[in-house]
Design a protein around this ligand. Structure first.
Ligand SMILES: [Zn+2]
Ligand SMILES: [Zn+2]
Length: 428
């Protein structure tokens, strides 16, 4: 790690901002804390929990709180994320307005701010330019990036010109505070109050505690989904697929797929995987509320999955002893081979490769005598069906016994020993 301070000759020693340092137990309290964020993600939920002890929970309010959790969650997943950050489908104006309002009720910043960060997260995943990089720590990716002020120069640059021209995005950005407070607290309180007279329960359970759950669920996409699960499409970065993350995030848990195919309106591609956000968008399409649902071609998805499988296979393959590669084996003449056998070595030539079977003779499933009879010979035919057609396992085992290659592949007269040649010369 570089020095913690930068010396400026004209001024006093300037401290590097806390946001440039990893968060540790010793420096967290000195950080540039974003108190507005802390209020909405920690203080208000804490007050809500305390007040909840003296607020009875009516079953109608509990059901409403759950429904509103789902709706505001959908505002984030189907709205902020898949519609605006990734433009993975188009929605009619009323749906856009409803999603902008519901997403506002999850108090996670405006669509514009959220999508800008999210696009940087995709473009610069796991780097310092990723605003919630899991490399900065699991807790930092979960909430730390909101609690400590971000160094704006550090977040990677992305194009949000499309959002700058989007009237709904601009309207929501301009009136963000009113939208957020109305949709997070006032609206759920009004529904429960006017509906069945439970004003306080509406505010505490469907408002504050529901808000806490939606926020934590969304934060899990940045932390848990980059930490827990499988990587069926690419393991070079941190995104992972896991059903637990999917369950708490309305289907955003198939995050390895999502980072590989971000403009696909689906996060889960199997019918049995839990992705209610995808189901909702698909339903809207059936009734004419959504269109232009983008999907990657199945061929491309399967290509990615197969490449990752191959990579895993290759990694596993590299841990197995396949025997010395043929190209690395020393070359022996036939006479050298027989001379070494005469000298007591238990060598057998099969298909041009010489094997040392000494330690295997006593274990040979076909019997000690049979294998011993092949020593010093070319046993290619015997091994490959002459006596018994050996199994794949036997072929594999044999390859681990390789010690040399036979020059010419078989017994070749012209490559006999020099002394043999001189004897021949004496004859003629
Ligand atoms: Zn991610
Ligand atoms: Zn995304």
């Amino acid at each position: 790690m570089a020095s913690k301070t930068q010396v400026n000759p004209d001024r006093e020693v300037k401290k590097v901002r806390i946001v440039e340092e990893p968060t540790t137990a010793s420096n967290w309290q000195h950080g540039d804390i974003d108190w507005v964020n802390v209020t909405f993600v920690a203080i208000i939920p804490l007050v809500g929990f305390i007040v909840a002890f003296s607020t009875p929970l009516l079953w109608k309010t509990a059901v409403w709180a759950f429904i509103y959790y789902f709706l505001t969650g959908l505002g984030i997943t189907a709205g902020y994320h898949r519609l605006w950050s990734h433009t993975s489908y188009s929605a009619v104006l009323p749906v856009q307005i409803i999603l902008a309002g519901l997403g506002g009720g999850a108090i996670q910043g405006s669509i514009r701010w959220w999508s800008r960060n999210h696009r940087a997260h995709h473009r610069y995943t796991d780097t310092m330019k990723d605003p919630y990089s899991v490399q900065k720590g699991l807790l930092y990716a979960h909430m730390g990036w909101l609690i400590f002020k971000q160094n704006p120069n550090e977040v990677g640059r992305v194009d949000i010109s499309d959002l700058n021209h989007d009237p709904v995005v601009n309207w929501q950005h301009r009136h963000y505070v009113s939208v957020a407070l109305t949709m997070a607290f006032l609206f759920p309180c009004l529904v429960a109050g006017i509906g069945w007279g439970d004003w306080m329960g509406g505010l505490i359970y469907a408002g504050i505690l529901r808000l806490f759950v939606v926020q934590q669920a969304t934060f899990c996409v940045n932390s848990l989904a980059h930490w827990l699960g499988d990587q069926p499409f690419d393991d070079r970065n941190s995104p992972r697929d896991h059903v637990i993350t999917a369950l708490v995030t309305l289907g955003e848990g198939y995050h390895n797929f999502h980072h590989e195919f971000p403009s696909d309106y689906r996060n889960a591609i199997q019918w049995y995987q839990y992705d209610p956000t995808k189901w909702s968008i698909w339903l809207w399409k059936q009734v004419g509320l959504a269109s232009d649902l983008k999907t990657f071609r199945r061929n491309e998805i399967e290509k990615g999955r197969l490449q990752q499988l191959q990579k895993k296979l290759d990694e596993k393959r590299s841990t197995i002893d396949w025997g010395t590669p043929l190209a690395d084996l020393p070359l022996l003449d036939w006479d050298e081979y027989t001379t070494r056998v005469a000298g007591g070595e238990a060598l057998i030539a099969i298909a041009g490769v010489i094997h040392d079977v000494k330690s295997f003779i006593k274990d040979h499933p076909g019997g000690k005598a049979l294998i011993a009879s092949a020593i010093g010979k070319d046993a290619t035919a015997i091994f490959n069906g002459g006596v018994y057609n050996h199994t794949n396992a036997a072929h594999n085992l044999l390859s681990t016994m390789r010690v040399g290659m036979l020059r010419g592949g078989v017994e070749v007269e012209m490559w006999k020993r020099r002394d043999g040649k001189s004897e021949m010369a004496g004859v003629y």
